[in-house]
Design a protein around this ligand. Structure first.
Ligand SMILES: *Cc1c(COP(=O)(O)O)cnc(C)c1O
Length: 393
């Protein structure tokens, strides 16, 4: 059915518009590498674009296409480009937008590999970059060079939960003809619409909230314009970082419950953040739903809810962080986020341990910082688990 003027949950369930000729209630898995043409003329039309028939799965596939259309609709964009992983989506944007001699400005607390690959691989292609705290618009202004072509944001950012004003950065960028891309993984389209706030491109690690069941690695790009869609789709097809039909099927299934999953996880997160803020062993809590968050007002304006990601600092520092990791029983000690199960991790000894102490501090990652991705378990059980683990620190 056409879900154009329908609500968010209806789009989650029925979006994509796929109609199975045999009446299957869900979009089937077209587990095929290639598609046969009816005749020579049909084959020619598929290649020329006169027909929207499928050719070869790296270029397009009905199961993948259904997911692309659904996420594009949820993000209010022109079209979606599914990729093998979130990092494939990031690199597709880098390769499609940046050319030799260009410069990129990125937020300093981007997802680790999004920054690391830009600094380690792209200089080889004569692409330069600057990473700054984009939560202060003055820093963005000062970082822009005459050859800046792309501004890459992540908000809320990982693991500091800093929030960047997408509208303000987009206005500034567009005055200078710069493209703005937002990694919307932490919010999902349920809580934030970067394209409506002025961004040109939005991307996701669908591994996180969109799939939401910790059983798939996948990525997605949605562009506002047809021109960007064509450029980025061509990069994906020719680099070969396409999605697999089975991966698309699982992600499409997970996506159906995105809103009810986030509602429940967020309800838990609000309570846990308030609980942590009062706890004597906790020095500070960063959560967009708390008045103490430095960008609380911006979060309220830009996001439809505070989400399910919380960072907090333990008074006991590094050792307390490790003790807490060894003491939790229900929360899984794991990286990643956005699944139905609560995950906990300690960036200073885990995800960010390879970053120098100085750069950890610059990016706001203190030694006692703990990151919590709140799941949909019962609140009493989660607080009970955190309580007993904190008592050991
Ligand atoms: C996980 C993550 C990525 C990378 O996604 P993969 O699916 O693991 O490749 C990119 N950005 C953010 C914010 C993430 O959390």
């Amino acid at each position: 059915m056409d879900t154009k003027n329908k609500g968010f949950n209806s789009k989650l369930v029925h979006g994509g518009g796929f109609k199975d000729p045999l009446g299957s209630a869900v979009t089937p898995i077209y587990q095929t590498s290639t598609f046969s043409f009816e005749n020579a003329n049909h084959g020619a039309q598929c290649f020329s674009g006169e027909s929207d028939g499928f050719i070869y799965t790296r270029l397009g596939n009905p199961t993948i296409n259904d997911l692309e259309k659904t996420v594009a609709e949820l993000e209010h964009g022109f079209g979606g480009i599914a990729t093998s992983s979130g990092m494939a989506a990031v690199n597709t944007v880098y390769l499609g937008i940046l050319a030799s001699g260009d410069h990129m400005v990125g937020h300093n607390a981007l997802y680790g590999p999004s920054r690391a690959i830009m600094e380690s691989l792209y200089p080889k292609f004569n692409v330069a970059s600057a990473f700054i705290d984009a939560t202060d618009i003055e820093n963005v202004k000062n970082a822009i060079q005459p050859n800046t072509r792309l501004i890459f944001l992540e908000t809320p950012a990982n693991p500091t939960i800093g929030i960047t004003d997408i509208q303000a950065v987009s206005d500034l960028a567009h005055e200078k003809g710069i493209v703005v891309c937002v990694d919307n993984t932490f919010c999902s389209p349920y809580l934030q619409s970067p394209l409506d706030l002025g961004a040109d491109i939005v991307l996701h690690s669908m591994t996180k909230f969109i799939n939401g069941h910790a059983d798939v690695v996948a990525g997605m790009i949605v562009t506002k314009t047809e021109a960007h869609y064509k450029i980025l789709r061509s990069v994906m097809m020719n680099v070969g970082c396409n999605m697999d039909p089975h991966q698309a099927f699982l992600t499409r299934r997970g996506l159906k419950t995105l809103a009810i999953r986030i509602d429940k996880a967020q309800e838990n997160a609000v309570q846990i953040a308030e609980y942590l803020e009062k706890h004597p062993k906790v020095e500070w809590v960063k959560y967009p739903g708390l008045k103490s968050h430095p960008q609380y007002e911006l979060a309220k304006k830009q996001m439809r809810g505070p989400g399910a990601m919380i960072s907090f600092g333990l008074k006991g520092g590094f050792e307390a962080g490790r003790t807490m990791m060894d003491s939790v029983k229900m929360a899984l000690l794991a990286v990643s986020l956005g699944g139905i199960e609560t995950l906990i991790q300690h960036p200073a000894s885990m995800t960010h341990s390879k970053i120098s102490k100085e750069n950890q501090e610059k990016a706001g990652i203190s030694s006692g910082l703990v990151r919590l991705s709140v799941g949909i378990e019962d609140l009493e059980d989660l607080i009970g688990d955190i309580e007993q683990a904190l008592s050991k620190t």
